[in-house]
Write a protein that binds this ligand. Structure first.
Ligand code: FAD
Length: 504
């Protein structure tokens, strides 16, 4: 039996697995035993068709080699295992922390993980209780806990980054239960129900292989020696020594950021975005005119370039708008969907840029908006308005109920965001309505959404280390180096690779 990499297998848009097999056999003039899809792309220059790259198992095969057919030699993206004597602490167990810890474990380091939130099973109960009753646990919620912020999400795996370690990440997801399709589908998504099982399985696997997990144990302080080098961390339970510290704390860890600032770690402000979710009947989105082969009919990506940029973000077809706050007396919306994406309602964030010159302290700026929304609502009900009413400055009953589980309170967003931002948002809506006719008339706004990006960057040098705190490796969204599951996971791997190379 031999494994071949076969490129350029062309099949019609509508096809079955049997058609792919037939396509390979036709290309090779040879029967195959099995195949595994590695990549799929669309050729839409004329009559559209799919082009596959496949790993094929067949008897014999050397005579089949050609420019499109080679012996399959898998590139081993896993690090070489050696018993290494350094202890590394990973604080924060979102995508960046998970993949940094996983890779460091594979390389043979002693790895300790500290996560302020709970394991997924317990976290699920806290989130469910909040969605049903409005009782918030500030350490265990949509932002905090095993898996990080991406756990109660659509788990879209899209990223514009091209990196060979994307395959490494997807392989680990598939090994722990994800559908093979995530390897090759455009706009692949896992769904909140599936990602929770996958992350739990990864954690169990790592624990079994020797990673020491400390859930419900928040890093309260970094410990430095006289030369400002990291020597450990302090939690409520005690001190833990380490040689190196990788922190992936997410965009909501403002208290930890305050502590890092007090410790003198160099941190700068960066631009952010704010906005709200819009919801439309999914049938309305599906029915618009698109080239549904190139662009998934159920999703849209909108962008308006005015004095400030306005864009759609993190669209959740067939999803739900959810309460994503981690602080009491605040309102923060976000979106999630189950693998089936069958709620019947499409939601997406619509965000407007806020430049760092517009605030002194980005966290304070965002918290003011979150508290202001709560003060208006007097509860965890989100603010809502028909888009058409926002355009006219009116307030009428919603044209349909929001999916936001705690209910909403009607409010004119013209009184919520600055006049200038509202003017730009209205220009953007007019532009979106030209692109998707009916976007204004058929949609509602639910908000505010304030946690789509982190207002700070922890400065790193060319070795990804804090510029003034040796041994400290900031990573992921909360450090200003990613946004989204894949980019943050890749950043965690980048940090792990650096530690393996220079500290192994
Ligand atoms: C509701 C929702 C839906 C989303 N949907 C998608 C999506 O579909 N696709 C996508 O690509 N992205 C999505 N995102 C964004 C994505 O989840 C984040 O970009 C990503 O999780 C960031 O990864 P991270 O590792 O940097 O940090 P996070 O995932 O935020 O994880 C940080 C972790 O650190 C922990 N922590 C914080 N402080 C401490 C401390 N002092 N000590 C110990 N632990 C600490 C937190 O509890 C948290 O678990 C979504 C986000 C949300 C909130």
């Amino acid at each position: 039996m031999i494994k071949l990499l076969v490129n350029q297998v062309k099949v019609p848009i509508e096809h079955s697995e049997a058609d792919i097999k037939a396509g390979v056999e036709k290309k090779l003039h040879h029967k195959i035993k099995s195949f595994e899809i590695r990549k799929r792309s669309l050729d839409a220059r004329k009559e559209p068709f799919y082009v596959y790259s496949l790993i094929v198992e067949t008897e014999e095969g050397k005579h089949l080699l050609s420019k499109d057919v080679s012996i399959y030699v898998p590139e081993d993206l896993h690090p070489k295992y050696e018993k290494r004597d350094k202890t590394i602490i990973v604080a924060g167990y979102g995508p960046s922390g998970i993949f940094a810890a996983y890779r460091l474990m594979e390389a043979g380091f002693k790895v300790l993980v500290f996560e302020k939130g709970k394991r997924i099973k317990d976290r699920e109960a806290d989130v469910k209780r909040f969605f049903e009753t409005g009782i918030l646990n500030t350490s265990s919620n949509v932002q905090f806990g095993e898996g990080g912020a991406g756990t109660f999400s659509d788990a879209k795996l899209t990223t514009r980054i091209k990196d060979k370690y994307i395959d490494y990440i997807l392989d680990i997801f598939v090994k722990h239960g994800a559908d093979q399709k995530i390897r090759y589908e455009n706009h692949a998504h896992i769904g909140t129900d599936e990602i929770r099982k996958i992350i739990s399985s990864i954690t169990d696997d790592m624990a079994q292989k020797g990673v020491e997990f400390h859930f419900e144990e928040e890093m309260k302080e970094i410990l430095l020696d006289e030369g400002r080098k990291i020597v450990g961390i302090r939690t409520e339970k005690g001190k833990y020594l380490c040689d190196l510290l990788a922190i992936g704390l997410g965009h909501s860890a403002y208290e930890s950021v305050k502590m890092l600032k007090e410790k003198g770690v160099h941190i700068e402000n960066k631009d952010i975005s704010i906005g709200f979710r819009v919801e439309h009947p999914q049938s309305f989105i599906d029915a618009r005119q698109t080239n549904s082969i190139i662009e998934a009919a159920n999703e849209y990506f909108l962008r308006y370039k005015g004095e400030k940029g306005v864009y759609s973000f993190c669209m959740c077809p067939g999803g739900f708008v959810i309460p994503a706050m981690s602080d009491e007396d605040t309102i923060v919306t976000n979106g999630m969907s189950y693998a089936a994406r069958d709620s019947g309602v499409a939601n997406s964030a619509i965000l407007i840029q806020v430049f760092k010159e517009e605030f002194e302290d980005g966290y304070a700026f965002l918290h003011d908006l979150e508290h202001k929304a709560f003060a208006i609502s007097s509860s965890y009900k989100a603010l809502s308005q028909n888009i058409a009413d926002f355009m006219k400055g009116e307030s009428n009953p919603l044209i349909f109920d929001s999916t936001y589980p705690l209910g909403t309170v009607l409010h004119d967003f013209n009184d919520f965001f600055s006049e200038k931002d509202c003017d730009i948002l209205k220009q953007a809506f007019l532009d979106f309505d030209r692109k998707i006719p009916g976007f204004i008339e058929k949609g509602i706004m639910v908000g505010p959404e304030t946690r789509s990006s982190c207002p700070i960057r922890i400065l790193r040098n060319e070795h990804f280390q804090s510029i003034n705190t040796p041994g400290l490796y900031p990573m992921g969204e909360g450090a200003g180096y990613g946004g989204g599951i894949m980019s943050c996971a890749l950043d965690g791997i980048r940090i792990a690779n650096e530690l393996i190379l220079n500290h192994g």
